[in-house]
Each structure stands twice: as C-alpha cells, then as structure tokens.
Design a protein around this ligand. Structure first.
Ligand code: AMP
Length: 332
C-alpha cells in the first residue's frame, strides 16, 4: 500500500518517537539557536556540540567503513526509519519516505527515489511535484516544513542516492525566505535575485497551487526550476575557474518561493584555525550549524556573509539581466 502526502505527515511524529526510543534514530540535541544579524539579515546559528560525537556514535552502531557502506536509501530499509512508499500515478514512479537516521531537527525526513538515481542529476517534474505535495500536506496539517536539495559534488551532500530533505521550521521563517517575501516584484513570474546577499542566488515566487491538479503543479514548479537552473548554469559559466564535473547548487523550497544557489566549494576554511566549516542548503537558507561555542565565535568573527560568499559563486546578476526585462524587476 502506498501513502499519500497527508498520510506521511500524519504518521511522521509517532514513527519518529518510536525510532528514537528503539535507538534506530539518533537525535543530536542543540544547546542553543543564536540569532545573529548581518546586513539586516537575521541568521540563525545552531550550536550542537553532540555532533562532535557523531563518528563514535555511528561506530558504536556498527556502521561500516565508508568504502563498504551499503546504500541507506536503497531497500531493504530500516523498518523503524521507513515511513512508507509514495506513488506518482501520472509518471508511474515510486518513492520511499525515510526518517533521517541522524537528526539534529526533530522529524527531519527524506524523500528518496525507489530506483537509484544520482544526487548530481536535476530534479524531475515528478520529484518536484512530490516535494511540493508534501509541503502542502504539511501546511494543511498546520505544520511549516521546508524542503531542500543538495545537488552536485560541492553542494554539501553526503549520499549519492537521490534524496530531497524536509525539516520542520516550526513557526519560524528561514532568513532567506523572509528576505524573498519582503521583496517587491514588478513581474511575479520571473526569476529574481536577493541583492542583499553576498553571493549569486536565483529565486522564483510561486503561485498558490493548493487547488491545482498534479499535472499543473508539476508543470508550474518544473518551469520555475528550469528557469533558475538555467541561471545557475549561466552564473557558473562566467567563472572560468569553476571546478570541473557536474554543476553544484542548493535548492531551498517553500510553498512561496524556490531558491537556487550555485556552489563553488563544499567547505569554507577558517583563515585563523584552518578548520573546515561545511555548508549545505540549510546554511544558504540562513540556518547554519556549528559544533562548539568556539566555532560559533569563529563564524561570527569571520561573518556569515563572507563564509557563504566563499562557498558560493560571484553574482553576475547585473550582466545576466542587462538589456532584458528582468532588469530592476525587484525592489527590496
Ligand atoms: P546529505 O548529507 O545532504 O546528502 O543528506 C543525507 C542525510 O541522510 C543526512 O542528513 C544524514 O543524516 C541522513 N542519513 C545518513 N544515513 C542515513 C540512514 N541510514 N537512514 C536515514 N538517513 C540517513
């Protein structure tokens, strides 16, 4: 039996509690979430010292070495983490929904393709439709979820099997989403850029699709995605030193906006300590994660804007829109 998006959202909390109790899901509690303001943007920096022990926890759980690791997103799934399968009847495609085994945010879950597809590949209309339908089902149940996709070798992804992730933003609005919502647009259905950010970013405002058919949702979201992906590729092409291989970018999706952020590097090297700060889509949503108070202070000192600029790509928005109707299309 397959589950609807509403079924997934309704069974999530009980499954999560159960998996935590049995120890199949490991929760890493955070000490605090620090609000940190830069350039008028309220970033959120989560301090989770428990993550320092993640390596020993995974070893204690008999996780095998990197090279021999089985694919956790291929069946057979861990029954405690497996919420169920979803089916896209329009495209005849199956998905599995799994709880994140190593959760920093409660109820973090993943939509994974049933058949192996690479994490370096663009999202298909069916995958975008499923993602949107899960966000919509969450909203209908009074929950506020955020979806993200780390695509490509420099995006911060750790698993090669295609997966879109979902976290509960509770009653918060992710910092870049807040910025997008306060941006006045002359033309709503065109890509725009959040100029206050220090790096290239491409955003589309989404229409209300709560009453739209699956085909209409898939079409509208895919059109937005393809237009942003075009801009990601175009931005990368302006950088002659961009690493070879497939393009890397992060997607952050809410019911209101799709954000695509091209990525140049996976990690930022702190100049003073030489320590690496890993950044994924959540970092670009304005929600960063550090493993100690020392790292928190180092991030604040270095500035979030500099770190994100360092692992992102230089904006060429002005060149991209020059002479087109996109010029000055937005006004914060
Ligand atoms: P990423 O690092 O962006 O590729 O996301 C992969 C996510 O999958 C991470 O948040 C991991 O915590 C999570 N993960 C790793 N192993 C498993 C597993 N066996 N079952 C479920 N989730 C997992």
């Amino acid at each position: 039996m397959t589950l609807t998006s509403a079924d997934v959202l309704s069974s999530l909390e009980n499954k999560y509690e159960d998996a935590r109790e049995t120890g199949d899901l490991i929760f890493f509690p955070s000490e605090q979430i620090v609000k940190h303001e830069e350039d008028g943007i309220q970033y959120e920096i989560r301090v989770c010292t428990a993550l320092k022990n993640k390596a020993s926890v995974t070893t204690a759980n008999n996780e095998v070495t990197e090279s021999k690791k089985p694919n956790p997103f291929a069946p057979p799934y861990n029954e405690k983490l497996y919420i169920g399968d979803m089916y896209d009847a329009e495209e005849d495609l199956y998905y599995a929904v799994l709880l994140n085994k190593f959760s920093v945010v409660p109820h973090h879950f993943l939509l994974v393709t049933k058949e192996f597809r690479p994490q370096t590949s663009p999202l298909l209309p069916s995958e975008l439709y499923m993602t949107y339908s899960l966000l919509l089902a969450a909203r209908k149940q009074g929950k506020n979820y955020l979806a993200f996709y780390n695509c490509g070798p420099q995006s911060g992804a750790s698993q090669p099997h295609k997966h879109v992730q979902f976290i509960d933003a509770e009653d918060g609005i992710p910092p870049i989403e807040r910025l997008a919502r306060t941006t006045q647009l002359e033309v709503a259905d065109r890509p725009f850029s959040l100029r206050r950010l220090s790096y290239a970013n491409h955003v589309r405002r989404l229409p209300d699709l709560s009453l739209a058919s699956p085909t209409e949702v898939a079409d509208k979201i895919s059109m937005a995605y393809v237009s942003l992906l075009d801009l990601v590729i175009s931005t990368i092409r302006y950088d002659p030193t961009y690493p070879s291989g497939p393009p890397s970018y992060n997607m952050v999706l809410t019911l209101e906006h799709m954000h695509l952020i091209p990525r140049r590097w996976e990690e930022y090297t702190m100049p003073e300590s030489g320590k690496k700060q890993n950044v994924n889509a959540l970092g670009f949503a304005g929600m960063l994660l550090v493993k100690s108070d020392e790292e928190l202070e180092a991030v604040k000192k270095e500035t979030v804007s500099k770190i994100l600029h360092g692992v992102g790509v230089e904006s060429v928005h002005d060149i991209e829109v020059a002479g087109t109707s996109l010029e000055a299309a937005e006004d914060e």
